[in-house]
Design a protein around this ligand. Sequence first.
Ligand SMILES: Nc1ncnc2c1ncn2[C@@H]1O[C@H](COP(=O)(O)OP(=O)(O)OP(=O)(O)O)[C@@H](O)[C@H]1O
Length: 248
Amino acid sequence: MSNAADTPVLSARGLRKEHGKGEGLVRAVDGVDLDVSAGETVAIMGPSGCGKSTLLHLLGGLDRPSAGEVSLNSRRIDNISEKALARMRRTDVSYVFQSFHLMEELSAMENVELAALLAGRSPRVARRRAEELLDQLGLAGRARFLPSALSGGQRQRVAVARALSNEPLVVLADEPTGNLDSDATLDVLQLFKDLHESGQTLVIVTHDARIAATADRKFSMRDGVLVDETLLTGGTTGQLGALVGLED
Ligand SMILES: Nc1ncnc2c1ncn2[C@@H]1O[C@H](COP(=O)(O)OP(=O)(O)OP(=O)(O)O)[C@@H](O)[C@H]1O
């Protein structure tokens, strides 16, 4: 659980992101403050188009804010060079996407291994880490399969193994069960519970209340603004949830 005295692993202050110009200007993220402590799982819910993915991109350095600051382990990442940002994305942060984003021409093992190599591990260490992770995630027998020969749930497990291969400070997941059937959703739900228990710091954007229920803190987003539901409702989705459309 979070502790006010902790130095947050991930921190955002006055974060804003505008897309487009003039008449077409959209304020996708509109003044977000957020602190995520080590080992904490944070869930972000909210209706389509409210800015969840944009916020996740800003938090992980996939996009730069129009204003405000993002820090990872107290180091600013919003204003660093492209080169430093690219290095940070390989070593400190990992993503799990709705549509997996695996390299289709590489096997499950090679997908995981490649991420570890890019994070600076030696070939030997990268191979060992990939084997361990695939084994832990129940995919040892699928290590040589291409993604096209795997089920949706298995692909997402490979994507999670890849995300863990660089031992990231934080894993950012964007609708990780959005493309999965109900059995695979339960499988990935269990995986995120296990990750939480193992102490991995996690930020999960989700429409799935079951995933959000595993989080230490639950936020709702509306029109680019983030609200800590846990503070307002004492941990359960209450009136605010209904207001921002969490039930859809
Ligand atoms: N590259 C872009 N150019 C212009 N507008 C954009 C861009 N990316 C996002 N937007 C707009 O910013 C707003 C927030 O989009 P975002 O994808 O962050 O929402 P979301 O909450 O993740 O939605 P969903 O749940 O449907 O994925 C939307 O109005 C969207 O149309």
